[in-house]
Design a protein around this ligand. Sequence first.
Ligand code: XMP
Length: 319
Amino acid sequence: DWSMAAFRAQAIAQIRAQVGDGKVICGLSGGVDSSVAAVLIHEAIGEQLTCIFVDHGLLRAGEAEQVVEVFRDHYNIPLVARDASDLFLGKLAGVEDPERKRKIIGATFIDVFEEEAADLGGADFLAQGTLYPDVIESVSFTGGPSVTIKSHHNVGGLPERMRMKLVEPLRELFKDEVRELGRELGLPDKLVGRHPFPGPGLAIRMPGEITREKAEILRKADAVYLDEIRKAGLYDAIWQAFAVLLPVKTVGVMGDARSYDHVCALRAVTSTDGMTAESYPFDHEFLARTATRIINEVRGINRVVYDVTSKPPGTIEWE
Ligand code: XMP
């Protein structure tokens, strides 16, 4: 595509001009945006870039392994993988407010990046895959007065005390443009086509208190749901699909015993940019099959519901 080839060349020139011979660290999340940013920056400045993948304990099943495989083994881009789950889950313990969760996660990411930069002998820049909708949705909501709907974990700049400057080469792009750029850069379709996954991860899919145990239950339910979506051939028709673990327990019957376990909500939407969205119209057989599998395979869940809310008035994530 002509315009993406032009964007790529221009972005590379800009990154080189901004960075000079400085060192850059790039936070990888496993999602499309940070992956495209990393490959673009690597093309611009090569070995001056080190990627950092932080496991905050709130990732989907298999995510950490996939990122390491793609970046270290396939692209050969220097990558530091850090298990920071104790740190993140410790700071989040007992926190229920969605905005507080987001702020804590954003600040903890910065702390970890700073530590990793220091370990690498210092870095001059921090690169992120921030997109245009991340910027506007953190600031205001289309058409209305300026109100914060959600503070995206990577928007809002860096703390004053920090010496690192931000590099955000995707800041003017929408998701479909980032995917196009990813293809232009030769990233595998499997990666380019991945559903968006928010930086705060499972933390904002678990209303109420966050615990390692709840994260584990949610991770399992989410994996079963996505497996059913892939088997049904629906993955690419859906913008984003995920499970949510509700802080509500209900009564059920398992075998001939009473159960009293969590409710799991399933979400799937179609969208073009994440700014508006429609609930995906699954047929009932699909939903019933998936619900049965989740309840049979995931201990701790005994009821499954489907979220049919559009955005607006709902948002895609529950927090
Ligand atoms: P909402 O829930 O606001 O989500 O309708 C719109 C899109 O943005 C993603 N999202 C985030 N992505 N950091 C991110 O990187 C965040 O803090 C964040 N919050 C929401 C969400 O998954 C959806 O694709």
